[in-house]
Design a binder for this molecule. Sequence first.
Ligand SMILES: [Zn+2]
Length: 608
Amino acid sequence: MKKLLLFSLCTSLITTSFAQKLSYIVSFPNIIHHEAKITVIASDIPQKTATFRMSRSSPGRYATHEFGKNVYDVKAFDRTNKPLAVNRTDGDVYEVPRNDGYVKLEYTLYANHPDGTYAGIDETNAHFNMPAVFMWVKGMENAPIDINFEIPAGKTWTVATQLKPIGTSGTLFSAPNLQYFMDSPTKLGELIWKDWTIKNANGKSYQFRLALEAKTSDTAAASFAKKVQTITEEAQAVFGEVPAYDFGTYTFISSINPWVKGDGMEHRNSTMISLPTNFDGGNYLLDVFSHEFFHCWNVERIRPKTLEPFNFEKSNMSNELWCAEGFTQYYGDLLMTRSGFQTVDEYMFALAGLINTKENSAGAKRFSPAEMSRHAVFVDAGVAVDKSNYVNMYTSYYPYGGAIALALDLELRSKFTNLTLDSYMTALWKKFGKPEQPYTIPGLEGVLADLTGDKQFASTFFSKYVTGHESFDYKPLLAKAGLILKKANETKAWIGNVQYKEGNNLAIASNTVIGSPLYNAGLDVDDQIITLDGKPVKKQSDIEAILKDHKPGDAIQVEYQHRGNNKTATLSLIGNPAYSLVTVEKEGQTPTADMLSFRNNWLGKKVK
Ligand SMILES: [Zn+2]
């Protein structure tokens, strides 16, 4: 987006005057009921009619959201504070005929959903994801922005944001344009601040800040900040440097308390993390920090072309989220392991999850990671009331992409000398991230070809696993690290994974999955299982007990009710296809020196 900032500045020099400006004032006259008063002053509006609108999408979130529903009491005034007519022309669009290029618009915002996508306001804090809060003016996307937060009387709140501070008040900030402003979530509250610096090889230092909203002691916060610092240093070791953060600072804006909604959302020079739990400083909290921080390279700067420029009126569809999110998911966990906050055994469990996603989920068996990325416009915290068939046609690009990252990491480590996924990420950083050139899938393939010197390898990998959906043989490559991949329950009878609802009968509460015995026998969501193998079924544990007496290959009768009609069908039992992954040590074997060396190069600490 840095490239975009420069571009914006150039166009504003050519097509607009410097007087164009948006100024926001935020105050809290009814904070107990989750309301804020937002004032936006637009100066030198270029159009005859000023079109104010709420956004319908948010940077880092890929589905469409209706932020306009929480805005009301919209009023407009001219320079002399005389009321102007406001015409609501769409749910989230308000038009104001301007007099002399100046319009002051005021509205009330209701906000009671503090997370990475929405906003929350109460007596203890104000939590703003900007697109959920601020109207903007069409045609003024390149105008500079300033914003003043009026801290409620009696509060000693501080403000955490990646916006550029103006002066030393701590409440006045600026953004060069709308794209940067909307990418800059802001938290006001009783925050505990901790900071550290990281130096790049060129001698330049960057400040890292943890702004923590949590009920905890200063000592506990300091010890947690140390752990976050360890992650930032391990992440720096992957790329050899941290990005040149705008204004020299990266901020972890984090709320860890029971009143927020669980989320983590990356931004260019900050992340907004909300974890709904009492703060205990535990290592398990760090996983989100690890993932979100990796994004300051992967997606914020190594950025898919499909996300540029970010469209605030509808979501951008992307083909590349398997890399932007999936590779980040892979590294989030890997950095936790390298940092020592997760054991190798815990990491094996996470990797088995990735492999099961790729090899055993219906979506991944039918569609490519690139195709799955395109579903983000519906699935990324998208809201709908009608049923979908996701279990049979969609696999999340997070673990699916993570499985591709694992495959590529293992291939590079096994087939090439001194090449790893770290080398590939560094090559992507140099080619696309540092110069801020957005990438495409062919661009990613080109970098792999250049890195390996093997065009055929790159082309085969991408056509099989990125734009294709072939099975990947993880087993022999994992064996090099002394890891055993196996179908641990293959000899146990299995009818498929579904959710059940226990009641008078046992109801199937989720779609049955293609290829599973339940699906093949014609059972579907909402069907009520009455008997299995002639025995009554009331609870999920009844099914498990009945299956224990059978083996894969057996056929058993199921009696069930479908829309009020009793039916019977035959279930042809198969073995449970789920993979597990363990170290050879867990199986009582001794790893060779080569295995331990492979494993240590991959999972061991990189920061000396
Ligand atoms: Zn992410």
